[in-house]
Design a protein around this ligand. Structure first.
Ligand SMILES: *[C@@H]1O[C@H](CO)[C@@H](O)[C@H](O)[C@H]1NC(C)=O
Ligand SMILES: *[C@@H]1O[C@H](CO)[C@@H](O)[C@H](O)[C@H]1NC(C)=O
Ligand SMILES: *[C@@H]1O[C@H](CO)[C@@H](O)[C@H](O)[C@H]1NC(C)=O
Ligand SMILES: *[C@@H]1O[C@H](CO)[C@@H](O)[C@H](O)[C@H]1NC(C)=O
Ligand SMILES: *[C@@H]1O[C@H](CO)[C@@H](O)[C@H](O)[C@H]1NC(C)=O
Length: 684
């Protein structure tokens, strides 16, 4: 509603501003051309845009002209003084993408005896004249040109000039577009084809025609005009009558040329004053959007190069990730599918095998703690490096078999993952750590005697299961304190079974000597691993747990270096208790201590066949059976060096109720040892 009232008021306002009186004068004001368009004569491509009322003389079409005239002429007699003033705001907008390339051709303010300029040419003729009318007095044209193309034909000074044209495009006077800055006191250049609105004032007073320019932001007309020239209007317009208006043209170069507002006053007096334009009411200059540029070959090449770079980077990332998470998978592994972990999953679970999560480092590899997402629990991941792929199939089969072994005192093996030169084994994480930490590190509390015996029973039971309980005999091969893990309740778990084979290379056959010094039975180097060598290692472990001393301690004096020898020595001296761990503070059961130490010595007997089986060890530990009688002087007991050839054939013979391997000396024909037959009785 308010808008309509405003519209009505504006119409009244405009109407009152147009005054004609054929004798006294003519004046009008257009603050935009949305009103009183009926007085404007348009031709060519010229048009008024509604709403907004901007007068567009040319658009982006080539070789066009546009004219706009006020359709009433002003008359001047031959003798009376006349004057006129005009002020208009124009904008010459280059075609998008033509930056620097210019545009054409220009706009002119025109006084013409006729509104019909249809015979005129576009381009450098600016829609004013043609080749035949140019320069002819019959043309009856006076123009002020704002020329944006330098035309040599008309001796143009540059491609950004203002000129006064009398019946000819060869300007009588011209100057580069500039304005006088009152503030700076000097002339400043002005770019006509900038797209920014420009004020133009043209005054004709006392035969002097002057042209003044300024950018829109300057609101006062500068005192110094750009051009001044005496003009005899009567000579140009003998008829004493002229129309006022605008003309503009395009050539092969185009620009959008607009008139935003126009005020004009003609009077038959020596001066003329002017109704000023209301700048705030002028329409806005449309700035056409940049059309997507025709892609230059250079741009295409650049884009292609960029695309290649991006692809290379992405490819690199892909290859890097593939390499980072690469695994080795073979068809035969299908059957182990559920046990197979993806490397990525393990990588994420361990925080990229962060050294903060490293639990330990052994000769065979490193162990990392990890946490499976979504409450999958904590895991321990052992990274084993290996040289050859051969034998891998068999090994993985073994690993998987071990994964299927179930015993309450075995650390559960959850699965595996294979990469080039690397095998990863995933087992449950044991929060208690390993037994050796409790025995030798001060940051863990010492274990009580009953805890130690319980752990020994746990491990014995697990080892017994490996030797006899599973569908096939499984050798541990590397029993030692650091492979015995504890949970939060200090229950013992045997870990790492079968892993010792993995030392260095898979080619390590069952006969290769692997293990840890102090836990290795002497016959290992010759006859290889067997359940007997596991028993030997377990014996060493028993002594270690009871005495709180490593089976082999190179820092001790020579005679005490071997724990086995030293314990035996204590026994020989009649004080087995001296061998006990001082940290126990004497709190232990004497009978149990003797049993454990003697059983440890029996298990570490250098004569393999004299060692008990794990089944028997379990029986002894649980006191279901008494130890056989033997003394520190029994051959093979408490000995660490294989000086055995000379040991006389021994016949400590015990009766046994439970069946035990009845080994005769002849069965050990492959052994370098002289076989001893110890028959174990249950003593019950
Ligand atoms: C001319 O301008 C109009 C919009 O003003 C546009 O649609 C057209 O594509 C332009 N033509 C050229 C040749 O730039
Ligand atoms: C030039 O224009 C005049 C009118 O101004 C016309 O009579 C004449 O034929 C035109 N000449 C050409 C070559 O177009
Ligand atoms: C102003 O324009 C003139 C003529 O085109 C030129 O010689 C001069 O270098 C220009 N000055 C500036 C400051 O651009
Ligand atoms: C203007 O031109 C007319 C006609 O050519 C001439 O009669 C008159 O004297 C001129 N006026 C001046 C001031 O030169
Ligand atoms: C036109 O100019 C004359 C002379 O200066 C002046 O008397 C008249 O008021 C002006 N007309 C308008 C509409 O400004």
């Amino acid at each position: 509603m308010a808008q309509r009232v405003h519209l009505l008021l504006s119409i009244i306002f405009f109407l009152t501003l147009i005054r004609f009186s054929s004798q006294q004068g003519l004046s009008f004001v257009y603050n935009g051309f949305d009103q009183d368009q009926g007085y404007i004569h348009l031709d060519g491509v010229a048009r008024i845009h509604n709403p907004g009322g901007i007068l567009q003389l040319t658009d982006n079409t080539t070789l066009q002209k546009g004219h706009a005239f006020f359709n009433r002429p002003f008359d001047f007699g031959s003798d009376q003084p006349i004057s006129f003033s005009t002020h208009f705001v124009c904008a010459l907008v280059p075609k998008p993408g033509a930056d620097g390339g210019g545009g054409g051709h220009g706009t002119a303010f025109v006084l013409s005896s006729s509104t019909d300029l249809t015979q005129a040419y576009p381009t450098q003729y600016l829609g004013l004249l043609n080749t035949s009318s140019n320069g002819s007095p019959t043309s009856q044209i006076l123009a002020v040109e704002l020329d944006t193309v330098e035309t040599a034909e008309f001796d143009d000074i540059d491609n950004n000039h203002v000129g006064i044209d009398e019946n000819s495009l060869h300007s009588v006077v011209s100057a580069s577009a500039s304005y006088y800055s009152e503030r700076e006191g000097r002339n400043k250049n002005l770019t006509l084809l900038s797209g920014d609105p420009i004020h133009v004032w043209i005054d004709y007073e006392d035969t002097l025609l002057s042209v003044t320019l300024a950018p829109l932001k300057i609101d006062e007309k500068p005192r110094k005009p750009l051009l001044s020239r005496n003009i005899n209007l009567t000579a140009i317009f003998p008829g004493g009558k002229a129309f006022v208006g605008f003309s503009a043209s395009t050539g092969t170069l185009v620009s959008y040329q607009y008139i935003l507002g126009w005020s004009f006053n003609f009077s038959t007096s020596i001066t003329s004053s002017l109704q000023s334009l209301d700048i705030s009411k002028l329409p806005a200059v449309p700035h056409p959007k940049k059309k997507p540029k025709k892609t230059s070959p250079l741009l295409i090449i650049l884009v292609v190069i960029l695309a290649l770079v991006v692809m290379a980077v992405l490819g690199g990332v892909f290859v890097y990730r593939r390499k980072k998470y690469a695994e080795v998978r073979e068809p035969w592994e299908k059957q182990y599918g559920p046990l197979r972990y993806s490397y990525k999953r393990l990588y994420k679970a361990t925080g990229g095998f962060n050294s903060d999560g490293r639990l330990g480092k052994g000769g065979f590899g490193e162990v990392y703690k990890g946490t499976m997402p979504n409450g999958g629990g904590d895991i321990a991941v052992k990274r084993l490096s290996h040289g050859a792929e051969q034998g891998m199939k068999q090994f993985v089969a073994e690993v998987v078999t071990m994964g299927s072994l179930q015993h309450k005192n075995l650390v559960p093996l959850l699965g595996y993952c294979r990469r080039k030169r690397e095998l990863l084994l995933v087992s449950k994480y044991m929060e208690g750590g390993s037994v050796d930490q409790y025995l030798f590190q001060d940051d863990k509390p010492p274990l009580s005697w009953s805890q130690r015996v319980a752990i020994l029973r746990d491990i014995a039971s697990a080892l017994c299961y490996l030797h006899t309980g599973a569908s096939q005999v499984v050798l541990h091969r590397d029993i030692k304190a650091s492979n015995v893990m504890l949970n939060g309740n200090l229950q013992g778990f045997l870990g790492d079974f079968g892993m010792a084979r993995f030392d260095d290379n898979l080619a390590a056959s069952a006969t290769a000597a692997v293990g840890t010094i102090g836990y290795m039975a002497v016959e290992l180097t010759s006859t290889g691993t067997s359940t007997r060598t596991d028993v030997y290692a377990f014996g060493a472990f028993m002594l270690e747990v009871a005495c709180g001393r490593r089976p082999f301690d190179p820092e001790m004096p020579i005679e005490n270096r071997h724990l086995v020898k030293w314990v035996c020595e204590c026994w020989r001296k009649g004080s087995l208790v001296d061998a006990m761990d001082a940290r126990l503070g004497g709190k232990f059961s004497l009978g149990e201590v003797e049993m454990v130490l003697k059983l440890g010595l029996l298990c570490t007997c250098v004569v393999p066949d004299s060692r008990p089986t794990m089944e028997q060890v379990v029986q002894f530990l649980n006191r279901h059976q008494e130890l056989p009688d033997f003394s520190p002087d029994t051959p093979g007991i408490g000995v660490s060096v294989p000086v055995l050839r000379g040991i006389p054939s021994l016949a400590i013979t015990y009766t046994s109720e439970i069946s035990s391997p009845s080994i005769s000396s002849s069965s050990a024909n492959n052994s370098m040892f002289i076989s001893h037959t110890i028959l174990y009785g249950d003593g019950r």
